[in-house]
Ligand binder design. Structure first.
Ligand SMILES: Cc1cc2nc3c(=O)[nH]c(=O)nc-3n(C[C@H](O)[C@H](O)[C@H](O)COP(=O)(O)OP(=O)(O)OC[C@H]3O[C@@H](n4cnc5c(N)ncnc54)[C@H](O)[C@@H]3O)c2cc1C
Ligand code: FES
Length: 247
C-alpha cells in the first residue's frame, strides 16, 4: 500500500452522530486518504484550546471518512457540540498505521473501550486473514454489530457483566491460537496483551495512545520507550511491535 499524502484542509461536517452519552462519530464527505491505524489531528475551534486533537480513522470509504471519539475533556466536548455544516480543520493522515499487507493467517484483534475505534478500519482491511475479535468495555457496549459481519468470531467482555464475559478482555484470549495479534486500548490492557504474546512467542502490534502536541514529529511530547530508544508515537508509531516496546 503506497504511503498516503499528508494534507491540511477545512471540511464541513456532514454528520456528528451520538452513539451513546459519551461516544460520537463525525462523518466528513469527500475523498480522503489513510491507512488502517493512522490518525488525523482534528480541530473544531479557533485559538483555544491551543492544540488540535489526535483521532484515529474509524472508517474510510470512497466518498467519506469517519472519526469515532469519546468525550473526555475540553477538545472532545467542543467536537461533540459541532453540528452538520460546521467547520472542522483536519491534518493527516499521520503516523505509520498497521502494515496490513504483512499480516496474514489467523489474526486476533484485541481492543478496549474507544480503542475499538481504529479497529473498525483495521478489521475491514484484513481481507486475507481469518480474524477473531476480542472487544472489551467497562459497561456500555457500542459499535459491535457492524464489526461482527467482518470477523469469524466476536467475543465481548464487560467489567460489569451486562454483556458477554464478565471481566477483562484479556481473560478470553489465548495468544497461542493466532499467528498475529493487533491491539489498541488502555495502556494497562495493552501491556497485558503484549506480555501474554511475548510469553507465547506470538507477533503482536500495539497502537499506542500518547498525549500529542504537534502530531508531526517535531515536539517529542509523544515519545514511547522502546528497546531501540525513545520513539515518537506520532511518527514512528502509533503502531509498534510488542517485542520492541518497553511497557
Ligand atoms: C494516535 C492516537 C489516536 C487516537 N484516537 C482516538 C480515537 O479514535 N477516538 C478517541 O476518542 N480518542 C482517540 N485518541 C485519544 C484522544 O486524542 C484524546 O482523548 C483527546 O485528545 C482528548 O482531548 P480533550 O481535549 O477532550 O481532553 P483533554 O482535556 O486534553 O484531556 C482529558 C483527559 O484525557 C486524558 N487524555 C488526553 N489525551 C490523551 C491521550 N492521548 N491518551 C490518553 N489519555 C489522554 C487527559 O490526561 C485527561 O485526563 C487518540 C490518541 C492518539 C494519540
Ligand atoms: S506529538 Fe509532537 S513529536 Fe509527536
Amino acid at each position: 500500500m503506497a504511503n498516503p499524502k499528508l494534507t491540511y484542509s477545512k471540511e464541513k461536517i456532514a454528520e456528528n452522530i451520538r452513539i451513546n452519552d459519551s461516544t460520537y462519530r463525525i462523518v466528513l464527505k469527500g475523498k480522503f486518504e489513510g491507512k488502517p491505524g493512522q490518525f488525523y489531528m482534528l480541530r473544531g475551534w479557533g485559538s483555544e484550546p491551543l492544540l488540535s486533537r489526535p483521532i484515529s480513522i474509524n472508517n474510510l470509504y470512497e466518498d467519506s471518512i469517519e472519526f469515532m471519539y469519546q468525550v473526555v475533556g475540553e477538545g472532545t466536548r467542543i467536537l461533540k457540540n459541532l453540528r452538520p455544516g460546521d467547520e472542522l480543520e483536519i491534518t493527516g493522515p499521520l503516523g505509520n498505521g498497521f502494515d496490513i499487507d504483512s499480516i496474514k493467517g489467523k489474526v486476533a484483534v484485541v481492543a478496549g473501550g474507544i480503542g475499538t475505534a481504529p479497529m473498525s478500519f483495521v478489521v475491514k482491511s484484513l481481507k486475507n486473514s481469518e480474524v477473531t475479535a476480542f472487544y472489551g468495555f467497562r459497561d456500555q457496549v457500542y459499535c459491535t454489530d457492524e464489526i461482527g459481519r467482518y470477523v469469524k468470531e466476536l467475543n465481548i467482555s464487560t467489567e460489569d457483566g451486562s454483556v458477554g464475559h464478565k471481566g477483562y478482555v484479556t481473560d478470553m484470549f489465548k495468544p497461542e491460537l493466532f499467528d498475529a495479534v493487533l491491539c489498541c486500548g488502555p495502556e494497562v490492557m495493552m501491556k497485558k496483551v503484549v506480555d501474554m504474546c511475548r510469553e507465547k512467542n506470538v507477533v503482536v502490534y500495539a497502537s499506542m495512545e500518547k498525549h500529542m502536541a504537534c502530531g508531526v514529529g517535531a515536539c517529542l511530547v509523544c515519545t514511547c520507550k522502546t528497546t531501540g530508544g525513545n520513539k515518537r508515537a506520532c511518527k514512528e508509531g502509533p503502531v509498534f511491535r510488542g517485542e520492541d516496546l518497553v511497557l
